[in-house]
Ligand binder design. Structure first.
Ligand SMILES: Cc1cc2nc3c(=O)[nH]c(=O)nc-3n(C[C@H](O)[C@H](O)[C@H](O)COP(=O)(O)O)c2cc1C
Length: 186
């Protein structure tokens, strides 16, 4: 992550946490690009990297796309896209192109191969570095029964943040090819 991205992440990290309950778009590229709303997640530090962890249930159309693509873009609105967040969180990409159905314009990510939703104020580009399944017998019983009654436990996608920028902000330096490692240095 370049210095501009680090500064921007510092500025918006509190907003990301505050925005999550209202919804953030998580978009994946590939043959069938898609977006979905997430309301849970965490921002943290692993392996010397800034990491966003996204909990995704296996029945989401997005789930196999993430397994394959190993990258995504979080498009973080400034509390102004409630309608689009509800639609992205109720329609499924398996029924057709969700960007077109909702009317969401996109542009390619700067670092990862995924679409960025242009109407959202901030973009956070992420590369999945680890995936882990939540397990019934390793989860608080009350939470398991309330949140996962159907046994539909989340998979946690732990993703290094490789770029973070504002919609009309100064461009971060372009990186060529696939997302380059920006942490995990010895
Ligand atoms: C506010 C809100 C928050 C949501 N948070 C999550 C989440 O954190 N993880 C998840 O798997 N689904 C979450 N969902 C549900 C998905 O967004 C929804 O099932 C969506 O239709 C999946 O789209 P897809 O089938 O195209 O992947 C949320 C929905 C809403 C409305």
């Amino acid at each position: 992550m370049d210095d501009d991205s680090k500064k921007m992440l510092d500025v918006i990290s509190k907003h990301i946490i505050q925005q999550l309950p209202r919804g953030i778009f998580l978009s994946v590229g590939g043959d069938t690009p898609n977006t979905m709303t997430i309301g849970w997640g965490s921002l943290g530090n692993y392996w010397g990297c800034s990491v966003f962890t996204a909990p995704i249930r296996k029945q989401r159309f997005t789930y196999p796309l993430l397994l394959k693509e190993k990258s995504f873009i979080l498009s973080v609105p400034d509390n102004d896209m409630a309608r689009e967040l509800v639609l992205a969180g109720t329609l499924s990409g398996r029924d057709g192109n969700k960007f077109e159905r909702i009317g969401l314009e996109t542009k390619p990510g700067r670092v990862v191969n995924a679409p960025a939703i242009t109407a959202a104020k901030w973009q956070v580009e992420c590369v999945v570095r680890a995936e882990t399944d939540m397990l019934y017998d390793r989860t608080d019983r009350a939470i398991a029964e309330k949140m996962y009654a159907a046994g539909d436990f989340h998979t946690l996608f732990m993703a290094e943040i490789v770029a973070c920028y504002q919609k009309d902000g100064v461009s971060a330096p372009e990186q060529s090819g696939a997302a380059q490692r920006t942490c995990l240095r010895e």
